[in-house]
Write a protein that binds this ligand. Structure first.
Ligand code: PMP
Length: 422
């Protein structure tokens, strides 16, 4: 941070700038650059008509309009919370019922992640994340001064036996009470596209039960991409495996399956967390936008939301296939380059050979920029001690058209050829 006459707080000084904003800026300034970096949703399929008619319904009725245009409660519009509870039960296709009393509506799920960090984390506390993990959450944790312990992943998601080994080490060092959160993006993870398998989910919940009399941590199940499933089995949530509502905070959002412009999210949590969360949330904003909540409520009520999700599954399924085919054809001759094959969401994680850095100062990034393609360097998804993996990148088919996805991957190959033997 530059010298300033202002006395910035420790939180401000510790919080790193998001790498994504830099890349978004580059892409906005130069339209010839194909951005496979920005985490935007598919612009063409945003539900313009549906949101417009939901708003018309609300604003066209003076009673509804006045209610929606007034402040709401901090916890959120009750009819919406009731619909969210039903919606989550229907996603899990289980007989589990969730209580609207345990749901808080938030201004996007990012707000929940932040508020929960304020509720649970003091400087020096430990948060367990996957490696790699969601960039922006890493930045939140850095700001809070948390110590991040990251657990390796494979194609089935977080390795639960490795998690248990780390718990034992932390316990041996006397630090178990400092572990506050175990964070997983368990469906089509941002950034790697991987999903926590059913077997691993069961292992994780069994671990929580085994450790429950000494481990105080809560699992944060960040299910931001869950509904964008286009392939593979429909895996039940960790939340549905937590029948006593003891271990899991389920963080959901309407940003990805509907519209980020609504900036509406929600969380279903153990009852004892609700009040502390509401007290902090009241300091943030008293409550999330009431008009937005009424709009989402209307979309869930009239079925437009559910229809839209089905359309999006098609859209992302098609775009992911285009990206995976382009990767296969461009990199067929280079088996040292590998990538994940998501069955939902919008991200692919690409690995180059270890001697090639993809970081901000790297030759590869320079080559990619001069070929006209952008990605997010993988290094931002890692935190913790020791040398961090540096040859990986996140690419997304979220907003690019199919032609630009194909061309973007072709440009990535050209960038690779420029640096591969250096
Ligand atoms: N979690 C993950 C994993 C995300 O990728 C995002 C959006 N980038 C969020 C949470 C937050 O999304 P929002 O606040 O728009 O709901």
């Amino acid at each position: 941070m530059q010298q300033s006459r202002f006395g910035f707080s420790e939180v401000s000084k510790r919080t790193p700038e998001s790498p994504i904003s830099y890349f978004m800026q580059q892409a906005v300034e130069n339209q010839d650059i194909i951005s496979l970096a920005a985490g935007l949703v598919d612009t063409g399929s945003l539900p313009v008509q549906e949101i417009s008619s939901a708003l018309n319904d609300i604003l066209g009725d003076p009673t509804k309009a006045r209610e929606a245009l007034q402040y709401g409660t901090t916890q959120g519009h009750l009819p919406l919370r009731e619909k969210i509870a039903k919606h989550l039960a229907s996603l899990d296709k289980s007989s589990t019922t969730f209580s609207p009393k345990d749901i808080v509506v938030t201004t996007g799920s990012q707000q929940l992640l932040y508020i929960l960090s304020e509720v649970l984390i003091d400087e020096g506390d430990i948060v367990i994340t996957e490696a790699p993990s969601y960039f922006v959450y890493q930045a939140v944790l850095a700001g809070r001064g948390a110590e991040v312990v990251s657990i390796p992943m494979d194609e089935e998601g977080m390795q639960i036996h490795a998690l248990e080994e780390r718990l034992k080490q932390i316990e041996a060092a006397g630090n178990l009470p400092r572990i506050k959160i175990i964070y997983t993006v368990d469906y089509y993870q941002n950034p790697s596209g991987r999903t926590l398998s059913l077997a691993r989910r069961k292992e994780l919940m069994a671990l929580m039960n085994r450790w429950s009399n000494r481990l105080r941590a809560v699992i944060v199940e960040d299910a931001a991409y869950r509904e964008l499933r286009f392939d593979g089995p429909d895996i039940p949530s960790l939340k549905s495996m937590d029948p006593e509502n003891k271990f899991v905070v389920y963080a959901g959002t309407f940003s990805k399956p509907c519209s980020p412009g609504l900036k509406s999210g929600y969380a279903l949590m153990p009852t004892e967390l609700v009040r502390p969360i509401l007290i902090i949330k009241a300091n943030h904003d008293f409550g999330s936008s009431n008009l937005t909540q009424h709009t989402v409520d209307r979309l869930l009520e009239n079925g437009d939301y559910q229809k839209h999700v089905l359309e999006l599954q098609e859209v992302y399924g098609k775009k992911s296939r285009v990206m995976l085919e382009a990767l296969e054809s461009n990199f067929a001759a280079y088996p040292e380059v590998t990538w994940t094959k998501p069955t939902g969401g919008m991200f692919v994680w690409l690995k180059l050979p270890e001697h090639i850095s993809t970081g901000l100062q790297s030759e590869f990034l320079k080559a990619a920029m001069s070929e006209g393609v952008l990605y997010v360097p993988g290094i931002f998804a890692y935190r913790g001690a020791g040398p961090l993996p540096d040859s990986e990148m996140r690419i997304t088919y979220g907003d690019a058209s199919v032609d630009r996805i194909r061309e973007g991957i072709h440009r990535l190959k050209k960038a690779y050829l420029r640096v591969k033997d250096t």
